[in-house]
Design a protein around this ligand. Structure first.
Ligand SMILES: CC(C)(COP(=O)(O)OP(=O)(O)OC[C@H]1O[C@@H](n2cnc3c(N)ncnc32)[C@H](O)[C@@H]1OP(=O)(O)O)[C@@H](O)C(=O)NCCC(=O)NCCS
Length: 167
C-alpha cells in the first residue's frame, strides 16, 4: 500500500473517469454513491495514489447487513447461535480501474481491515459479498470466501477468520 491511501469518497475525487469494465459499477460512482452516503445506506471508500489524489484507482462500499442463519452451510451454522438472523457486514460493490491490476486485492484487504475494526464496536459475525459474475466469484473464492447454500454468487467470510489472519 506504499504511496496509496483509502479514504471516504468526497467532492474532490474524479468519478467520471473511472472505468472498471462493468458499466453498472462505473455509473454507480457517478450517479448513486453520494446519495447512498447521504442517506446512510452505504459508506463508500476510494483508493487513490498520494501523488494523484483526485484519480480513483478503485472503490468499495460497506453496509450493515443481516443474514438468514439457515442459508449458511451446515458446518458454519453449527458455530453460530440459533438466532434467525446473524449480524454481518456487506461489501456491496468493489471494483478497480481497468488500468490498475493488483488494486482489487488491496481494496479487499483494506475493506476487511476496516470491517474488523468496526466489528469490535458493533458486532458483525460475517462479511458478505455479492459477486457480479463468475469471474468475481473466482476472485472471492481464491481469497477464502465461501458460497451460501444454493446461492453461488453470494459468498461470506467468517469474522473469526479475518481476526485470526490479523494476529
Ligand atoms: C475482480 C477485481 C476486483 C480483481 O481485481 P485485481 O486487481 O485483478 O485483483 P488482484 O490482481 O489484486 O488479485 C488478488 C488475487 O486474486 C486473484 N484473482 C484476481 N482476479 C481473479 C479472478 N477473476 N479469478 C480468480 N482469481 C482472481 C489474483 O490472482 C490474486 O491472487 P494471489 O493473491 O494469489 O496472487 C477486478 O477485476 C474488478 O474490479 N473487476 C470488475 C468489478 C468486479 O467484478 N467486482 C467484483 C464483484 S462486485
Amino acid at each position: 500500500m506504499k504511496g496509496l491511501r483509502t479514504e471516504p469518497l468526497g467532492g474532490l475525487h474524479d468519478r467520471s473517469s473511472f472505468r472498471c469494465g462493468i458499466p453498472e459499477l462505473d455509473d454507480y460512482l457517478v450517479r448513486q454513491a453520494s446519495q447512498d452516503v447521504r442517506r446512510r445506506v452505504a459508506a463508500v471508500f476510494v483508493m487513490v495514489a498520494e501523488e494523484r489524489p483526485k484519480r480513483i484507482l478503485g472503490y468499495y462500499t460497506l453496509s450493515s447487513f443481516a443474514v438468514r442463519t439457515t442459508g449458511l452451510p451446515e458446518d458454519e451454522m453449527r458455530k453460530l447461535p440459533r438466532y434467525p438472523t446473524t449480524p454481518a457486514t456487506l461489501i456491496g460493490r468493489l471494483a478497480r480501474d481497468v488500468g490498475e491490476p493488483g488494486v482489487g486485492g488491496l481494496l479487499l484487504a483494506d475493506a476487511l481491515k476496516r470491517i474488523l475494526a468496526s466489528a469490535r464496536e458493533v458486532a458483525s459475525a460475517l462479511v458478505v459479498v455479492e459477486a457480479k459474475d463468475p469471474s468475481a466469484v473466482a476472485f472471492y473464492q481464491k481469497l477464502g470466501f465461501i458460497p451460501f447454500k444454493g446461492c453461488p454468487q453470494k459468498l461470506f467470510l467468517p469474522m473469526r477468520m479475518i481476526a485470526a489472519a490479523d494476529k
